[in-house]
Design a protein around this ligand. Structure first.
Ligand code: SF4
Length: 342
């Protein structure tokens, strides 16, 4: 049985697109629709959040980077592998070759080298996967509602291992991952909460599968730790609601969107529009993540937008669910009201 605080989320899942709902006195505040990418964009840098989710037309982003191309090819291959009649490791290599995305590399030679390397990594990874154990879901949409938040996302893979549901997220960056990465991941915890709610089955184990090394970083949440993550997401959503309101009132003059300058600025897709971020250092080349150990957030699709259809899911769900209501202000003065409704 789900912990009470998770079980009390709404049984409804976000549907697309939701009708636009105006705000009138006495009306309940609409839920705030958010994906992991949206939540983490705000946490990483409010200015980037504004560029990505509020400014329209959206500022032009830089061309796709090579590590994103690799992530797309690997994720798609690992997704489509389950549809193959021959679920062999070699089939995974073939899928990488057929779906290779030749963008962001220094030159054709570098692209070929990394295609072959990715083929080898996917092949090696699949040697450890039992082809007879078809997952419960592959790139499956997961969603839940609380009294504050309408969360939605897409799980790379959902396993049923002897009755235990396990959330699996593929990673293709260069850095080897740790169990601490799995423990602290907000998206993974929210996916587990969503699975628990949708399947009405306990789901507490989350895993990061690092395709380049074939290693697995795992964590088993407690009921309480999952609830804490849901509350964390609600708190971020409350900040986002206030920020969106301020933007609706004041546009780009709103003070809620300061640049958060950090080493990530050298990788930011929007740095051409951000004077402060440009001071952080020279822009990284499109292939830099292939040659140096980078902050995981650089290669994490949950931070920088996904290689899969998550962006489409965001478009489907964000229209109409996240309208601001209430006074426009910035800051984190969230009351316990949302926490009580998880
Ligand atoms: S360049 Fe840096 S400060 Fe500017 S939007 Fe990007 S992450 Fe934020």
């Amino acid at each position: 049985m789900a912990p009470a605080s998770v079980a009390r989320v709404s049984q409804d899942q976000p549907s697309s697109p939701a009708p636009t709902q105006g705000a009138f006195p006495g009306m309940p505040t609409p839920l705030y629709a958010a994906s992991p990418s949206k939540l983490l964009a705000w946490v990483d840098c409010p200015r980037r959040y504004r560029f990505q989710y509020l400014d329209r037309p959206r500022p032009v982003t830089r061309p796709q980077r090579a590590h994103t191309s690799i992530g797309v090819a690997a994720h798609n291959a690992l997704r489509d592998w389950w549809d193959q009649s021959d679920r062999t490791p070699e089939a995974g290599a073939r899928l990488v070759r057929e779906g290779w995305v030749d963008l962001g590399f220094r030159d054709p030679a570098q692209s070929l080298t990394w295609r072959q390397r990715t083929q080898a990594e996917v092949t090696a990874y699949l040697q450890g996967v039992d082809p007879s154990r078809t997952p419960v879901g592959v790139e499956r949409t997961a969603a839940f509602k609380t009294g504050v938040l309408a969360f939605f996302g897409r799980i790379d893979r959902l396993d049923d291992r002897g009755g235990e549901l396990v959330v699996v997220d593929y990673k293709t960056g260069r850095r080897r991952l740790t169990n601490e990465d799995a423990r602290t991941s907000l998206p993974l915890a929210l996916y587990a909460a969503a699975v628990w709610r949708m399947f009405r089955r306990r789901c507490v184990r989350v895993e990061l599968h690092h395709v380049p090394t074939g290693t697995v970083a795992a964590y088993e949440h407690s009921d309480d730790s999952l609830v804490r993550k849901v509350r964390e997401a609600e708190s971020i959503a409350a900040d986002l609601r206030r920020a969106d309101l301020a933007y609706a009132a004041d546009g780009t003059d709103a003070a809620c969107f300061p640049p958060r300058v950090s080493p990530l600025c050298q990788w930011c897709d929007y740095r051409a529009h951000c004077r402060e971020g440009q001071q952080a250092g020279p822009e990284k080349s499109s292939w830099a993540a292939l040659e140096e150990s980078t902050d995981d957030r650089v290669t994490d699709e949950a931070h920088f937008g996904g290689p899969n259809e998550l962006k489409q899911a965001e478009r489907e769900h964000s229209d109409g669910l996240g309208e601001p209501a209430g006074p426009a202000s910035c800051g984190s003065d969230e009351s316990d009201e949302s926490l009580g409704s998880v």
